[in-house]
Design a binder for this molecule. Sequence first.
Ligand code: SAM
Length: 289
Amino acid sequence: MKLTDIQQIRALLARHGFRFSKALGQNFLIADWVPAEIARSAGIDADTGVLEIGPGIGCLTAELSDRAGKVLAVELDRSLRPILEETLEGRENVELLFGDVLKQDLAALAAERLYGLRPVVCANLPYNVTSPVLTALIRAGCFGQITVMVQREVAQRICAPAGSAAYGAFGLFVQWHTEPELLFEVPPSCFIPQPKVTSAVIRLTRRAAPPVPVRDEELLQRVIRAAFNQRRKTLVNALGAAFGELTREELARAVEKCGFDTKIRGEVLDIVGFAKISDEIFSILSQDL
Ligand code: SAM
């Protein structure tokens, strides 16, 4: 069966009495070039163990299975079980796991179920949980590459350079841990039902080390969140609202000492600038001890 043929998909879903769930972000691919191109972009070979999130009816799963050592596909919607068992029948290297990906210990899952293989992620993500899923995948720390389809706006935020409108705390978090690339866009006409927005495929390659050394990563994330929580304010004022333990004067001196004007806004700083500010605040806080 051709898993991207709209007539065949409709007949399959009707036969199983399946109903699409908007809450689960169920938009299935109906253009065969898309799953093939996503799988091709994911750098998969026989030594790779792929975690797929949300196999749907299995069109991307089949492409991954053709290339990988093993595919572990985690699907929340149990009503897709009989459909997937039918469409993926005979594919010995596919394991289906029914449950919420956000409730899994992803590092343990990769270690146990993709044992002996190079773990990567490849998926057409459910859009309503994109950020928590990507955060969990990055925090798991074991996936060398994460190749996923997301909303174009999210892809732009993740790849945004400093000072651009899309630049923000989430993009910086992703850029701190990985090198993101926007690979290609996918129009709404490639899905059933059609989403309202354009999608894009991104590839996140895990960094061997952070882009710059920093003394306290948690503090860095706190500085970044503070800057973007109030992105229209100057960095000094935004930090002042979040760091009650420091005076405005101390913060202004810290910003100046890093070589920035005290009127600068956080949104124009790149990751190196944020790391400098974070280390300067670290020094002040350590002196206070
Ligand atoms: N891979 C299929 C495709 O490309 O046609 C389906 C992709 S669809 C955008 C997202 C899939 O993720 C759906 O099958 C949905 O049921 C599943 N899903 C939604 N939330 C999930 C969760 N928290 N954990 C695992 N799967 C989830």
